[in-house]
Design a protein around this ligand. Structure first.
Ligand code: Z16
Length: 817
């Protein structure tokens, strides 16, 4: 008997149908006969919201009236993906929706597909924030996600004739957006610029301009928890509308300018993943959403109080800073406490440090935001004063802890130079209770390298929380076939809220019949993906080949170059006759990646991959045995389709560079095998699934360090490995650029003279492991047994477990009573 614990539906099919009819009539203004799938999508979404409304109220009331500390997850990005199916699943209405929509003569999948994906994030960090709000609600923990409702999300990627990336604006709000509830009556004022004056020994900030922060609220229904939390994304509006009335005609157009400027703040998501640009607008965005959120928390938790006792703030909420982007919240809370509520410095500092915690998501030094003090001073003069004072207090404290003057100097929050800079990661570390990295290895490197001085003097502040992903979206929704098989194998569907139960599948890996069912699921998923790729992209994928995916942002450290060079080497082997085509293990390689628009080498790599695909796919000598596809505009939707269909997943970053990775977890949970380096969470995945079920290759962190130390000469590797040489020469000689030898010259020059991430040094090891991979793939039963063991042993990588770790190690709170 299979035990089904999925939430009991709050609605019958008849009620759902009636709800859709009502919404079509009074909301969309169409009859069911006139309605398009997009109309039915909007109507269905509003029905879901309707049935969640009471649980939403109750969760908020219990949060404000109860004694359970809430979590405020401050993040510049929430890459939430499509909402409808997820809300239906979590609220227990999937079946009622399907039946109601079919009853009205529509195909449920078409209806769901007509939702436009909110792409309000760059990659891992934004998607992680979305998984975390899902898990918080599913665990019943009171929480707010606070961020920005950008009008333009991450750009829509296209490829031109030459295979180059083109960025198109992503105006995702062009149509009805039924999920975001715009709440004009709870807006906040956020101010900028101006000066600080002193009056009676008190500093007073006289800002020059203000914008109105309007909350747009998204319901975050927990899976089977009966709880609905809030994701509050701020949208910037102008206060200057009325000024229009006072202008004569000639000034009319000028008068709308300030309005446009104010609304610019939430206009666009910066497309830099891990390498932020220090632009004024970016700082405006950061302050905008953090200031609005802090005021909002005071409004929510101290309703109607003129003189609230804010010493209790750390009992009401704990703020998690997602990377350095929201760190300006630390001086902002200080300012609010001191300037607006008259607390003294020490009391304010005590409240602030108890309220904030900081998660670092990177090891790249260039990703740790450093702002010119002058820029902060212009935009937020009072905050710069406060930051300097924090710095001074901090330096005084350090003097009581160490006599090492150089160390103290290295730890300055505000640097001591002609044009001083503010180091946001240091401000976050000094101004909060805990600092965590996002995988064991990453947290260790933070302590040993990036924040070493801090961990020496404040060892107790540092901890680790290994990332996780939500099994609801990334197993249940993305892979219904596997979900059904897991439930069959375990005899319960409880694994959806307790993912470590997947361990119960371990014995079934010995059962050939079960392994064959598992293999059939993968095969069916591959056929589905081939059909999807045909429909959406016009590609002809052969589902009887190995599906080998590499999906993630395009970045040198992630080393898409290593993958493409190995592929070219293979192609060259075949072309030169070194390898007979009959011995080639058929493989379909699928890339998905966006590059930051200003990242030259990354964009050139995209062009190379597209042209390798063009040449290889059209070469009759290859007989379709090697196929390369690069579906453009990789996003959450494509991930949900491709991950369940993948046999082999690439996690091949240079050791010590990928903080964690979360795609690696999604793949393992969907039964792909990983080829990877000892980097980020790969280390823990390999420990959990077993070394024999993971294809490890490449240098370790220590070996990488040693090689930098010794002096890395990439050209030596080029000379040493003839296959590598052949591959690079093929890139140079015009094979992938219609004979033009200049196209990829900058890329080749970088490989041969710099190659900062040591792609060439790991090439030979990477090529070598391919024969192990191919040997195993020739034995489908053994391959699938190992893939099944990956699923069975990856339960640890649920974001529910990550949230449990945050609750125990950092937040010290829990579910609502
Ligand atoms: C980002 O996506 C990440 C780090 C960062 O500093 C900025 C952005 Cl936008 C990624 C990491 O690169 C990745 O390793 C990690 O898994 C992810 O954040 C979530 O922690």
């Amino acid at each position: 008997m299979t035990e089904i614990t999925a939430p009991k539906s709050p609605v019958t099919t008849a009620e759902f149908t009636e709800g859709i009819r009502e919404q079509l009539k009074y909301g969309q203004g169409v009859t069911p006969e006139q309605a398009t799938p997009a109309d039915v999508y909007v109507a269905s979404s509003l029905v879901v919201r309707h049935y969640l409304q009471d649980a939403w109220f109750k969760t908020q009331q219990d949060m404000v009236n109860g004694h359970t500390k809430a979590v405020g997850y401050l993040s510049a990005e929430f890459l939430i993906g499509k909402q409808l199916r997820n809300a239906l699943l979590n609220a227990g209405m999937l079946d009622q929706f399907d039946a109601a929509v079919e009853g009205l003569g529509f195909d449920p999948q078409t209806v769901v597909d007509s939702e436009y994906e909110p792409a309000l994030g760059n990659g891992g960090l934004g998607r992680l924030a979305a998984c975390y709000v899902d898990s918080l609600a599913s665990l019943g923990v009171p929480a707010f996600g606070y961020g920005i409702q950008y009008r333009y999300g991450i750009f829509r990627q296209e490829f031109d004739e030459e295979g180059r990336q083109i960025e198109k604006p992503e105006y995702w709000l062009a149509n009805d957006e039924p999920w975001g509830h715009v709440d004009y009556n709870r807006s906040q004022k956020v101010s900028f610029g101006g000066d600080v004056i002193e009056k009676n020994g008190k500093k007073i900030w006289k800002p020059a301009w203000s914008v109105r922060a309007v909350p747009v609220d998204y319901m975050v229904p927990g899976y089977a928890s009966g709880r609905v939390n809030t994701l509050r994304l701020w949208s910037a509006r102008s206060y200057d509308e009325f000024d229009l009335l006072t202008f004569n005609k000639s000034e009319y157009l000028d008068a709308v300018k300030p309005k446009v400027k104010a609304e610019d703040i939430s206009k666009i998501l910066y497309p830099e993943d891990s390498t932020p640009e220090g632009k004024q607008l970016r700082l405006e965005q950061q302050y905008f959403f953090v200031a609005a959120s802090i005021q909002d928390v005071i409004r929510v938790f101290y309703p109607g109080q003129d003189k609230p006792d804010l010493t209790t703030l750390p009992e009401k909420i704990t703020f998690q800073l997602n990377d350095t982007h929201p760190v300006i919240g630390i001086p902002e809370l200080m300012r609010v406490l001191i300037d607006e509520y008259d607390y003294d410095w020490d009391t304010a500092w005590d409240i602030t440090t108890k309220t904030f915690n900081y998660t670092c998501h990177t090891l790249l030094p260039e990703a740790l935001e450093v702002w010119p003090a002058s820029l902060i001073g212009e935009l937020l003069p009072r905050h710069l004063d406060i930051i300097k004072e924090i710095n001074q207090h901090f330096l005084d404290e350090l003097k009581t802890k160490t006599r090492d003057k150089e160390k103290i100097d290295r730890m300055r929050i505000v640097t001591n130079e002609e044009n001083p800079k503010v180091r946001m990661a240091y401000l976050a570390t000094a101004g909060g209770s805990h600092v965590n990295g996002v995988a064991e290895l990453h947290s260790q490197l933070l302590k040993d390298v990036t924040l070493r001085d801090f961990s020496d003097l404040y060892p107790d502040k540092f901890t680790n929380v290994t990332n996780g992903v939500t099994p609801r979206r990334f197993i249940r929704l993305a892979n219904p076939r596997l979900s059904a098989l897991i439930t069959e194998g375990l005899g319960t569907d409880k694994w959806l809220s307790d993912l470590e139960l997947l361990e119960g599948l371990v014995p079934l890996a010995k059962d050939d019949e079960f392994v064959k069912k598992f293999a059939a699921v993968k095969q069916a998923n591959k056929e589905d993906f081939a059909a999807y790729a045909k429909r959406e992209y016009g590609f002809d994928l052969d589902p009887n080949t190995m599906f080998n995916s590499m999906i993630k942002r395009l970045h040198e450290y992630k080393r898409q170059a290593l993958k493409i060079l190995a592929l070219i080497a293979k192609y060259a082997d075949i072309k030169s006759g070194k390898v007979s085509i009959d011995d080639v293990q058929p493989r379909t390689v699928i890339f998905g990646a966006k590059a930051a628009p200003g990242y030259y080498l990354a964009k050139l790599t995209i062009q190379l991959i597209n042209n390798v695909a063009r040449v290889v796919n059209n070469d009759p000598d290859i007989k379709g045995k090697l196929q390369v596809y690069y579906p453009w505009n990789y996003n959450v939707r494509l991930a949900q389709h491709l991950i369940p269909a993948t046999d082999l997943d690439e996690q091949i970053s240079q050791a010590g560079k990928e903080a964690s990775g979360t795609g690696n977890m999604k793949f393992a949970l969907n039964g792909a095998l990983t080829v990877g380096t000892l980097d980020g969470a790969n280390v823990e995945i390999r420990e959990k699934v077993g070394a024999e079920n993971f294809f490890l290759f490449g240098m370790t962190v220590d070996e990488v360090e040693a090689l930098y130390e010794k002096g890395y000469m990439p050209a030596e590797y080029y000379e040493r490995d003839p296959r590598l040489k052949a591959a690079i020469d093929m890139v140079s000689d015009g094979t992938f650029s219609n004979g033009d030898r200049n196209t990829y010259a900058p890329l080749v020059a970088d490989w041969l003279t710099k190659d900062w991430f040591m792609t060439l040094a790991d090439f030979t090891a990477y090529s070598k492991i391919q024969s192990d991979i191919e040997a195993l793939y020739r034995d489908p039963l053994e391959w699938n047994r190992k893939a099944l063991l990956n699923v069975a042993n990856s339960g640890y990588f649920s974001s529910d477990r990550s949230i449990q770790d945050y609750l125990e190690r950092i937040w010290h709170t829990g579910p609502l009573a």
